[in-house]
Every structure is written in structure tokens, then in C-alpha cells.
Design a protein around this ligand. Structure first.
Ligand SMILES: Nc1ncnc2c1ncn2[C@@H]1O[C@H](COP(=O)(O)OP(=O)(O)OP(=O)(O)O)[C@@H](O)[C@H]1O
Ligand SMILES: [Mg+2]
Length: 512
């Protein structure tokens, strides 16, 4: 029995959005000195619960207690001032401000009525040092990777002498090493008595890090469990409910194809870009999935950007559909029937003021030419088909995308690119932040489109997923292509060893 009192708890929290129930009588208890995982499918209600607890939303029913007293937080600032720090799923950092300015935005320490920059910069350095990060805090945030930006968001919330720290998907843009670095910080804070809520779709991470787990399904709490008393399998059953059988069938369906006889669609020789990517060769075949593996910053996104013509190479030759020397620009790429679903989908992809339908048909409309209007009826048909294919949870395709849960918003972008039916599709981390059931749906779709002849470049940090979906995997390290694996030599152990540099390159096989 837990003799401690919860620092934060709620009873029977209910929340409706335009008459639709998002949280249904949810109870939640958070104790000091524990890491409490919050789990559930996309749209299960995790972020909504956090937002009810921290004053972003006012719940329709139910009570919240903080340090033993009933509270009503009218705004997030009230919760923050009382010691509840939250890093929300949609991080609101400002690219055009410096790292330190981001950390202190809106609460700059003043001395004699002036902003004390020296103090801001010093304190920012200290905070980032807690996260083992040593960067120039006066540089613009936009100069740093998503991973560093995520750390900055956490540093921002760490500053306040918090009793509760809530992290909504903090690791989705971190690689494994960075995630473990963050875990060490989280554990240290837990050991100092802080109560931490951790939301993630990486079940292995959740099981490794958390002491307690609460599972939500369709807005209801399924139950609370000790992390060391529940297996990953049981966890998935509880998250998905009855859907498990179908889910297991899907896993079995995934398989790989014979790729040896396929035609090359797009080939690149000796392409490079200074400070970004060393010389590499790449062949993309019709009807194949080529994976790119490597740590964050190893050059995966850089290759994608070069192939799509966003960044200009400083050297290299291209042959696209047998025609050599094409100079690529994104406009040209779209004309060649390329699609690009970027890594940072929130920043580069979704148009929040439009509906799901409008967001989905966007790429198709651009491909067809803006003057060739697609009728509303047809748009609805396309949107509904792809909503179903990637299992977007929403009342209808006319719903505004800003009302969707984080994971469902990501699925809209993926649906958009699939709907455009490109010949070559780049998917940069398409399943990041997406729940375990939908992840398999997306993997299955990748294989389905491959079988229809699409050429797919698939970037992922999850090696299991690469091995399961790819015909070939190129491994990158330090902005250099090291080797490729295919057929029987394609396994996560080999890829991992190459990424970590534990085998000699000559032993890696298939060296280009
Ligand atoms: N502002 C809003 N307006 C209308 N509906 C909303 C709003 N915010 C969330 N919802 C709905 O409430 C439900 C729960 O969403 P929530 O964001 O809490 O899910 P989640 O568990 O955090 O999912 P994910 O893993 O995708 O982040 C979803 O059906 C979502 O569409
Ligand atoms: Mg969420």
C-alpha cells in the first residue's frame, strides 16, 4: 500500500468537445517520487487529461486536487506558478529567437527594470548542462536540430522549482542515446522527489522508465498498473482492447518482396553537399522500399532533402526514369511525381485552419495543377478513403485538423502524400508519435503501395520497422553512407553494429 499522499490527483474528470466525449470519468493519482506513464492509442485522451490537469481546459465534471487541496486552475500559468511544469505535445518554441530567449521567453529576470541578459544566458547554460547539453545559448534556435530543440523545451520547463513535471511525448524526436540521456535526468528528478508524468508511444521506453502506468482507451481509464508487473503484450491488449486479434494478423501479413529484377527509377552518383552530406551513390528501384538507417544527424534527412531538390548538391549526377542530368527543385520534383512527407510535420506540413479533407487533397491538387479543380464530392471520397486507410479518428472529414489529437494530425499528412499517388515517395519518420495499432496500418500501406510499383524512401529510427518494411537498407554514419544491407543480410543487429561502428566496414558486406 502506498502510504504517501498523491501530489496531484483527479476524480471523475469528464470532458466534452462539441458534444463528443473525450474523457469519461477518469481518475488519476500521481505520487511524489514516481514516474507515471500515461498510455493509449492516438485520440485516447492523454493530452486532454494533461490539459485538464494543468488549466488549459476546464473539465466539464470532476475534481482536481493538488497537494491535498481541491483546485481549479483557470489558466496554465496558474498551474505553472504552483509548481506544475508541462512540456506539451505541440511545443511552442520560436525559431527566430535565441536558445536562451526561448528558455526565458515571457519571464525574463529584470535588474533595475532592464532585462538581465548575462543572467539569462548563464542560467540557460546551467539548465542545459543538467541535460548534458553544451551549446551556444546565444545562437538562434533554428540553427539546432529538432532533438536539441526538444531539450530546450524541457530545459524551459525545468527551470521552475517544480513539484510535478509533465512530458507529453518528449522523446519522439530524440534518438536512442538522447532519449537515455533524458531518462537519466528524469530519474534524477524522480529521486529528488519530483512527480513525473511521461507520455509516449514507445512502449519499451515506457516499460523501462516508468514505475506506474495508467492506460486510457476511448477516453476511459482502463486501469493503473505497476510497470514491473505488466508485459508489453498485456499492455498492447489493454490499450487496443478487442482489436488485438486483427492487429496480430496484420503483423503476420507484412513480408518482403523479390527486388532483384526491378527497374531503377532514380539513380544518384557521387552526390554531395558541403557540411551536409559526403559523396554517396544511391539507386531507387521501382516497387521497392529503400530504408535509411542511422542516428539523428547522420545525414538521413539531408539525403531526403537532396533527392527532392530542397537543398542543392555541390557535386553529383542524377538519372531519373532514364533521363540523365536533371537538376532538381521541389517544383521539378513534384512534376516528376515525387512526394515528400517531412520529419517535422507540424512545422512543414499541416495547415491548421483547414479541414481534414482540404489538408488531404492538397498535394493531389498541386500535382494536377491548381486550375483543375477536384469536385467537392470527389474530394470527400478521397479524404474518407484515406482517413479510413490510415485510421484517422475524427467525426468526419470536415473536422478542422487543429481539433485532432497529435497522432491523428500526423496521419493526415501521411494520407495527403499517399492520396497524391506519387511514383517516388519520401517518408521521413512517418510512424513517429503514432500508436502501435496505426503504426502497423502505415507499415502495411507502405508495402501495399510498393507492390503497386511505388518507389519509397523510408527513414526511421526504429530498426525493427526498417527491417520489416524495407527491401534494402542504407546505413549512414557521420553524414556518410557506410553500406547497404539487403536480403538475408538485412537484420537489425547488423544495422545496429554499423551505426555504432563496432564492425569493420569491410565485414559489413554489400559495400558500395
Ligand atoms: N480542441 C479540441 N477540439 C475538439 N476535439 C478535440 C480537441 N482536442 C482533442 N480533441 C479530441 O479529443 C480526443 C482525445 O484527444 P487527445 O489529444 O487527448 O488524444 P491523445 O491520447 O493525446 O492522442 P495522441 O497520441 O494522438 O496524441 C480526440 O478524439 C480528439 O480529436
Ligand atoms: Mg496527445
Amino acid at each position: 500500500m502506498n502510504i504517501k499522499k498523491p501530489v496531484l490527483c483527479c476524480t471523475s474528470i469528464t470532458k466534452f468537445f462539441s458534444g463528443v466525449i473525450a474523457l469519461d470519468k477518469v481518475n488519476f493519482n500521481l505520487f511524489p517520487g514516481e514516474i507515471h506513464g500515461l498510455l493509449g492509442e492516438n485520440g485516447a485522451g492523454k493530452s486532454t487529461l494533461i490539459k485538464c490537469l494543468t488549466g488549459v481546459y476546464l473539465p466539464d465534471h470532476g475534481d482536481i486536487y493538488y497537494e491535498g487541496k481541491r483546485v481549479v486552475f483557470a489558466a496554465p500559468s496558474e498551474a505553472r506558478n504552483r509548481g506544475i511544469s508541462t512540456v506539451y505535445q505541440e511545443i511552442n518554441l520560436i525559431q527566430t529567437l535565441s536558445v536562451a530567449e526561448n528558455i526565458f521567453a515571457g519571464r525574463q529576470p529584470l535588474s533595475k527594470g532592464r532585462i538581465n541578459w548575462k543572467k539569462i544566458n548563464e542560467r540557460s547554460r546551467e539548465l542545459l548542462a543538467m541535460l548534458d547539453l553544451d551549446i551556444d545559448v546565444t545562437a538562434l534556435l533554428s540553427e539546432y536540430s529538432t532533438a536539441v530543440q526538444q531539450m530546450v523545451a524541457i530545459a524551459r520547463s525545468l527551470d521552475i522549482s517544480a513539484k510535478v513535471l509533465i512530458l507529453d511525448e518528449p522523446t519522439s524526436s530524440l534518438d536512442e542515446d538522447e532519449a537515455h540521456m533524458l531518462f537519466n535526468v528524469i530519474r534524477k528528478l524522480r529521486n529528488e522527489g519530483m512527480a513525473i508524468v511521461f507520455i509516449s508511444h514507445f512502449l519499451d521506453q515506457v516499460l523501462e522508465l516508468c514505475d506506474t502506468l495508467t492506460i486510457l482507451r476511448n477516453g476511459e481509464s482502463v486501469g493503473e498498473y505497476r510497470a514491473n508487473e505488466i508485459s508489453k503484450h498485456e499492455l498492447i491488449i489493454k490499450m487496443l482492447g478487442k482489436k488485438l486479434a486483427a492487429f496480430e494478423n496484420r503483423v503476420a501479413e507484412l513480408n518482403s518482396s523479390d527486388e532483384s529484377k526491378k527497374d531503377v527509377f532514380y539513380s544518384v552518383r557521387s552526390m554531395s553537399r558541403r557540411k551536409s552530406m559526403k559523396h554517396f551513390d544511391l539507386d531507387l528501384k521501382k516497387g521497392e522500399v529503400l530504408g535509411l538507417a542511422g542516428l539523428l544527424g547522420s545525414g538521413r534527412t539531408e539525403i531526403a532533402r537532396l533527392l527532392f531538390g530542397i537543398d542543392k548538391p555541390h557535386s553529383g549526377n542524377t538519372v531519373i526514369k532514364g533521363v540523365s542530368g536533371s537538376v532538381l527543385s521541389p517544383k521539378n520534383a513534384v512534376r516528376h511525381s515525387f512526394g515528400y512527407c517531412p520529419e517535422d510535420r507540424k512545422l512543414e506540413g499541416l495547415i491548421p485552419c483547414l479541414t481534414i479533407r482540404e489538408n488531404i487533397v492538397l498535394a493531389l491538387q498541386v500535382k494536377k495543377g491548381l486550375l483543375k479543380y477536384i469536385s467537392l464530392k470527389k474530394q470527400r471520397k478521397i479524404a474518407e478513403k484515406f482517413m479510413q486507410l490510415v485510421s484517422i479518428k475524427a467525426p468526419s472529414c470536415e473536422e478542422n485538423v487543429s481539433r485532432l489529437s497529435g497522432g491523428n494530425q500526423q496521419k493526415v499528412i501521411i494520407a495527403r502524400w499517399l492520396a497524391a499517388n506519387p511514383e517516388f515517395l519520401i517518408l521521413d519518420e512517418p510512424t513517429r508519435g503514432i500508436d502501435v495499432g496505426a503504426k502497423f496500418e502505415i507499415q502495411k500501406l507502405i508495402l501495399k503501395f510498393r507492390d503497386l510499383g511505388m518507389s519509397i524512401l523510408f527513414i526511421s529510427s526504429e530498426l525493427d520497422e526498417l527491417v520489416r518494411c524495407c527491401d534494402r537498407v542504407a546505413v549512414l554514419r557521420d553524414r556518410k553512407k557506410i553500406t547497404e544491407y539487403t536480403g538475408r543480410s538485412l537484420c537489425s543487429e547488423k544495422i545496429m553494429a554499423t551505426i555504432a561502428h563496432v564492425t569493420s566496414e569491410a565485414e559489413d558486406g554489400n559495400l558500395l
